[in-house]
Structures are given as structure tokens and as C-alpha cells.
Design a binder for this molecule. Structure first.
Ligand code: BES
Ligand code: ZN
Ligand code: ZN
Length: 500
């Protein structure tokens, strides 16, 4: 998909040559784009002198060089006042160019990095991410499939003296991570009648079947009952679909005792159960397994990156339905760690399935770090909106790491309070705990609930209810599932290794 090359000064043969220009280039005309290959300069000069293109960010024109030579078309893209853009702006630029490439039915695109100054690395990383986001479609259930898209190639061109092998490494890394993001989005976008807990389990088995170093274990309903996953089973009870605990275990070639556990909420549909949700937008609750999808996509990335520590992904997969056998408000259940829980609201099901899973992971694997990803609360969306996920942790160091990597990766997370005073809200008259707090601060009480099941393990909970699907104003993310979580995990592995 991507290539890095040095600019051949002569004989540049291309269907589409892309140049990025700042407003000041346009104003100064001839002076500042002397770096561009000669054959392009004439065409640019013409465009700039007409003054109908100012170089504003995302402004663009396709122009056709007058002289017949190797460059058939030039796409001129404005970058505004400067060439240094934010990562999201670079990503949106990638999406823009990928769209143009499709619109013009061009297969090979040459991108000129000659005037990118010190931002070539950032540009390559984020721009290619934007292209790959744009290339993703979910059209499995469309009868009229658009004609099969040709394999496109994007070739980044820089001057010989500016070229570094690191550019290639950045592209390879980004491609691996984006491959994981595609898997995450594909799973998350599946409707719940197709992606049941059983279908999710089958997908994971099939996907990792041939992958060395990855082993799959599935706990079915009988085994879950034997192991006393009382909280998880109380959620599954109302549905005709059987629950599963899916375990994806990555072991590096060199034996190690270092372990990272990833847990992903896998509610394939959340009707709310007996505490049933209102019908408006209920279809969105097919996305209640985005945490699980993020973890599956991340394991694909991990299989490629081969970190030196073990990674154990655990996915409690259930459907939350109000069937005849469903849990009812007031029911008391016993979690894996023996704690009793009064179920006040059956729609607070995510924390119930996570409780058993976290407790099981902590006891069975004793990992150094445990991370859970969950579309857990509407309250988190109220607090932080759809661009940033809530980060709840018992470790300042892990908080700092994830916050920094979140900003770098595009999967933003923000630390939320975890003071023990919030525990008061979870006190129950009938059991050790109840499964909801008061009306306010619902994302925090949900996190404090989970904390009862992690023991003393360094842990972070990421509430991604707002960031997982239908995110507004970040164009490169497109429609539906965003793949949230996979970039964060993929881009944190090196930093996590130091902590594990
Ligand atoms: N899956 C929902 C959370 C959610 C809400 C995800 C909106 C995405 C968008 C979760 O299981 C839930 O229903 N939470 C309740 C908790 C409440 C009953 C304490 C909520 O947030 O309303
Ligand atoms: Zn719910
Ligand atoms: Zn839910």
C-alpha cells in the first residue's frame, strides 16, 4: 500500500502528484516552492497567479500541466498558515487525498514531502493512518456493492538527503496497527443477530487459528457455572444466546513471567434487560461489544509486534435481554471472588460481567498490569463527550503513560477521580455491594465498582462509551465503529514493556 522513495528529478512518471502548500507559498509564488520538481513549477505558478486558490487548510485543486510529460495530474492541497499541523489534521488530509484518488480513479499516487520541513515523520505516520481509515468500508450486508476497489499505492517522495530508513519503519508500524483497527471496526459494526457471543467466539478461534504464539481457550456456560462466574451468568440468563469467556493468550518465544491482561466488554446487544432501555437509538446497543472488539484487534497487532511479555486478552461475551429467566431488580448474585452484589438495575450489566472476569484474571494470571476497555456508562459520555474516553486507574504511573499514549495515538483518554468517598454510594442493605450508585457521577461509581474485583493489581479502566462509534467532527474516523482502543494499545506496547 505504501512506499517511500527519493524524488527522481527527471522522468517523474505519475498519474497523480500531490503537493502540499502553505498560504505563504501561494502569496510568494515563485520563491518558496523551488524544491518541487521542475516540471511541476510551471503549473503551480499558473494556479497561484490566478489567486483563486489561497492555500487554506484542506482547500484543494486538481490541475493539469500544460506540457505533455510524465506528470498527468497535480493535486494541490492547502495546509493553511503552516506546514506543521495537528495529528488529526494530518489524518484528515490523508482521508482527503484518498478520496480524491478514488474520485479520479487513480491507482498510484505520488506524495511530495519536499517542503515538509521537520514534520516528515509525523506527516507519514498520521497521513497514512488517515488514508487507511478512509479505505475501510462496512458493506457486508449491501446488495449493491460498489465496484471492487482497486489496490492503490501511495508513494511518499523525499529528497535523497532527507530520506531516512525510519520512515519505512513508521509506515510498517502504522499498517500493522491499522490492520488491527480494521478488525476492531469490522467486529464492532456487525449487527447483533449476526455477531452473537457464540459467533464472536467462532471468529476469534478462526482468526487466530494459524497464528503462532497465540492460543485460544473458550470457557462455555457449564465451565463458567463450575467456576462460579455468578455475576456474568446473571446477565446472560435473560437471553437465548449462550455466554462465553473468550481467552486469547499471546506468549513470546522467549519464556517470561511478565504478563499484561486486557479485558474487553463483550455485550453483543444491550437491551437493558428487565430495566429495559427506551427504544430511541436502541439499535446503537449492538456496539456494546466495542471493548471486546478493541481487544481482539489489539491481539492481532500484538501477534505482529511480538512484545517480550505475555498478553492475555479476556472477553466476557453475553447478550443482555429481558427473557423469562432474566435477572430482576433486587436479585442478589455472588461474583467469582465471593462478593455478593444486589442488582438494582439490570442495565448496569457491563460491570457485572467485568467483575467476574477481572477477579478471575487477577487470581489465575496475577498479571503486572490489567487494562479493561468497556462501553460502560452514558454518564461518561455526558462528562467527556465523544472525543475522549474516561481513564480510571489505581496507578499514577499507568495513568500518565496512557494519557500520553492516548494523545499520541489519537485514542484520547482523560484521568477521572477515584477517591474512596465514592464507595459509599455502592453500599447495599441486602448484599456486599449494589450495582449502581446515585444519579450523579455514574462513570466514577461504575469504575469504583470494578475496583472491588482487581485486588491490588496495577489496573486501568477505560470507559469508551462515547468514543467507540458515530463520533462527530473527526472526519477521518468515518461512520459507525471507530476502532477506539486498538491504536491506544498498539502504540503503548513499548512503554508498557518498561512497566511490566
Ligand atoms: N452499555 C451501556 C452504556 C452506554 C450508554 C454505552 C450509552 C454507550 C452509549 C451500559 O450497559 C448501561 O446501560 N449503563 C447504564 C448504567 C446505569 C443503569 C447506572 C447507563 O449508563 O445508563
Ligand atoms: Zn446496560
Ligand atoms: Zn452495556
Amino acid at each position: 500500500m505504501f512506499q517511500i522513495a527519493t524524488i527522481p528529478r527527471l522522468d517523474l512518471n505519475t498519474e497523480l502528484f500531490v503537493v502540499f502548500v502553505q498560504e505563504k507559498f501561494v502569496k510568494q509564488r515563485t520563491k518558496s516552492y523551488a524544491d518541487f520538481p521542475k516540471e511541476i513549477r510551471g503549473a503551480l505558478q499558473m494556479l497561484f497567479s490566478l489567486r483563486d486558490f489561497k492555500g487554506k487548510l484542506f482547500n484543494n485543486r486538481v490541475i493539469y500541466p500544460e506540457k505533455e510529460n510524465g506528470v498527468k495530474r497535480i493535486l494541490v492541497v492547502g495546509t493553511g498558515e503552516q506546514i506543521k499541523l495537528s495529528p488529526d489534521e494530518f489524518r484528515n488530509l490523508g482521508k482527503l487525498v484518498a478520496e480524491k484518488q478514488e474520485e479520479l480513479s487513480v491507482k498510484r499516487v505520488h506524495l511530495c514531502l519536499a517542503n515538509m520541513g521537520d514534520f516528515r515523520e509525523d506527516f507519514i505516520r498520521y497521513f497514512s493512518e488517515g488514508i487507511l481509515f478512509q479505505k475501510y468500508r462496512f458493506e457486508q450486508f449491501k446488495s449493491d456493492k460498489p465496484s471492487k476497489r482497486k489496490n492503490s499505492r501511495f508513494i511518499f517522495l523525499c529528497n535523497r538527503k532527507e530520506y531516512t530508513p525510519r520512515f519505512r519503519q513508521i509506515l510498517l508500524e502504522t499498517e500493522s496497527i491499522m490492520n488491527g483497527v480494521h478488525i476492531t471496526r469490522d467486529l464492532a459494526n456487525q449487527p447483533s443477530n449476526h455477531l452473537t457471543p457464540s459467533a464472536l467466539k467462532d471468529y476469534v478461534k478462526r482468526h487466530f487459528k494459524e497464528v503462532r504464539n497465540i492460543h485460544i481457550t473458550i470457557l462455555d456456560e457449564t465451565e463458567l457455572r463450575h467456576k462460579r462466574f455468578g455475576a456474568l451468568l446473571s446477565v446472560a440468563k435473560g437471553s437465548a444466546e449462550a455466554p462465553y469467556l473468550i481467552i486469547i493468550h499471546y506468549k513470546p518465544v522467549k519464556k517470561t513471567t511478565k504478563k499484561l491482561v486486557l479485558v474487553g466488554k463483550g455485550v453483543t446487544f444491550d437491551s437493558g434487560g428487565i430495566s429495559i432501555k427506551p427504544s430511541a437509538n436502541m439499535e446503537e446497543m449492538k456496539y456494546d461489544m466495542c471493548g471486546a472488539a478493541a481487544v481482539v484487534g489489539s491481539m492481532d497487532v500484538i501477534a505482529h509486534f511480538k512484545p517480550k511479555f505475555e498478553v492475555i486478552a479476556m472477553i466476557p461475551a453475553v447478550e443482555n435481554m429481558p427473557g423469562g429467566k432474566a435477572s430482576k431488580p433486587g436479585d442478589v448474585v455472588t461474583a467469582y471472588n465471593g462478593k455478593t452484589i444486589e442488582i438494582i438495575n439490570t442495565d448496569a450489566e457491563g460491570r457485572l460481567i467485568l467483575a467476574d472476569t477481572l477477579a478471575y484474571a487477577a487470581k489465575e494470571y496475577k498479571p503486572k498490569i490489567m487494562l479493561d476497555f468497556a462501553t460502560l456508562t452514558g454518564a461518561c459520555v455526558v462528562a467527556l463527550g465523544d472525543k475522549t474516553a474516561g481513564l480510571f486507574s489505581n496507578s499514577e504511573k499507568l495513568t500518565d503513560l496512557l494519557k500520553e499514549r492516548g494523545a499520541f495515538s489519537g485514542d484520547r483518554v482523560w484521568p477521572m477521580p477515584m477517591d474512596d468517598i465514592y464507595n459509599k454510594e455502592l453500599e447495599s442493605d441486602a448484599a456486599d455491594l449494589k450495582n449502581i450508585g446515585s444519579r450523579w457521577g455514574g462513570a466514577i461509581t461504575a469504575a469504583k465498582f470494578l475496583e472491588y474485583f482487581v485486588n491490588d493489581i496495577t489496573w486501568a479502566h477505560i470507559d469508551m462509551a462515547g468514543t467507540s462509534y458515530n463520533v462527530k467532527n473527526l472526519d477521518y474516523l468515518g461512520k459507525g465503529a471507530t476502532g477506539f482502543g486498538t491504536r491506544l494499545i498498539g502504540r503503548s506496547l513499548k512503554q508498557l514493556e518498561k512497566m511490566i
